[in-house]
Design a protein around this ligand. Structure first.
Ligand code: UDP
Length: 329
């Protein structure tokens, strides 16, 4: 039996491909390569280039292979773009989930691990955020992921399909050997943008607002290393394999770091002064997002291991230094 990783050529998907393979699972990847990179998929992994909104692609995969579980990463994930192009997000994210669940039901595939997000909560009512807190997304990206969770919930009540939805906070870093990492065409994430300065690609980093009600005025986020994140997916599948009920878990470290603290950590790691300028607030950014991940600790027995921001940034730095142009190198 194999594990199908949808979106396995993307940033988080590719790290999961490595982690599941090392764990001893037989991995198959499907990716439409719109934002993913074929070069991130290791030799020897069965790879289908195709879009999961195409039922024929899924029928072929589920017919040609014995799939035990689906790990689902296919989605657009840029908050700002989602506000500008909501239908693009609903079409791909929600539309992909419909064809995927339909195909799973047709082919009797009963387990799915889903890549969800802290954006399902919207503006948090309290910190740290618990899974039971209200979900009121403030952008179409978060809304699409919440709709996908709700779809899995209704489908799991009707059929035998069981799901685990993992609500990620800020995923960061790269595989420890620096061979795979983050490569987005339009980079919007803090750590890759900070590291573009020592790479010589920009002369400063802009801090989006320093007048938030936080210790140094800059936004606080909960960063977790992408390898720790991948381990949670393996544990979530083990949980379903051993009969666990459909469930939702936050994945974060429980500690918050400010944008300023991240820049300071990157200066230490790279030895570069990394000039920073204060800019406008980015619309829709909550001041603080920190997870309560007690439930994942208690039920999945998951605990992040790479918890120092310098250690997380050091892995990203290793990737970017050896691949200054990403997978184009
Ligand atoms: N941020 C920033 N400058 C940048 C990019 C991001 O100050 O060039 C801030 C952003 O406002 C947020 C934090 O860094 O508070 C993390 O942003 P990112 O886009 O990496 O992740 P998000 O929290 O939006 O998922």
């Amino acid at each position: 039996m194999s594990v199908l990783i949808c979106g396995g050529a993307g940033y988080i998907g590719s790290h999961n491909v490595r982690a599941f393979t090392q764990h001893g699972d037989d991995v198959i990847v499907v990716d439409n390569l719109e934002t993913g990179h074929k070069a991130s998929v290791p030799e020897g992994i069965k790879f289908y280039e195709g879009d999961i909104r195409n039922a024929e692609v899924l029928d072929r995969i589920f017919t040609e292979n014995k799939i035990e579980a689906v790990i689902h990463f296919c989605a657009y994930s840029l908050v700002g773009e989602s506000v500008d192009k909501p239908l693009k997000y609903f079409n791909n994210n929600v539309g992909g989930m419909i064809t995927l669940l339909e195909a799973m039901q047709r082919h009797n595939v009963m387990r799915i691990i889903f890549s969800s997000t802290a954006a399902t909560y919207g503006e948090p009512k309290r910190i740290p955020i618990l899974e039971t807190d209200p979900t009121e997304p403030t952008n179409p990206y978060g809304e699409s992921k919440r709709i996908m969770e709700k779809m899995m919930n209704w489908v799991s009540r009707r059929y035998d399909i069981r799901y685990v939805s993992l609500r990620y906070f800020n995923v960061a870093g790269a595989w420890h050997d620096g061979t795979i990492g983050e490569d987005h065409r339009n980079e919007t994430h803090l750590i890759p943008l900070i590291l573009q300065v020592p790479l010589g690609k920009r002369d400063h980093v802009t801090i989006y607002g320093d007048d938030y009600p936080t210790k140094d005025g800059t936004c606080i986020r909960d960063y977790i290393h992408v390898e720790d994140l991948a381990k949670a997916h393996i544990l979530a599948l083990e949980y379903l394999r051993s009969g666990g009920e459909s469930n939702i878990f936050n994945l974060g470290s429980g500690d918050g770091y400010s944008v300023m603290e991240m820049i300071t950590a990157a200066r230490k790691v790279t030895g570069h002064e990394i000039p920073a300028k204060i800019g406008e607030r980015r619309p829709g950014d909550p001041a603080r997002l920190v997870a309560d991940s007690t439930k994942a600790h208690d039920i999945l027995h998951w605990k992040p291991e790479i918890v120092s921001m310098e250690d997380i940034i050091a892995t990203a730095w290793k990737w970017h230094q050896s691949h200054p142009n990403g997978y184009a190198d």
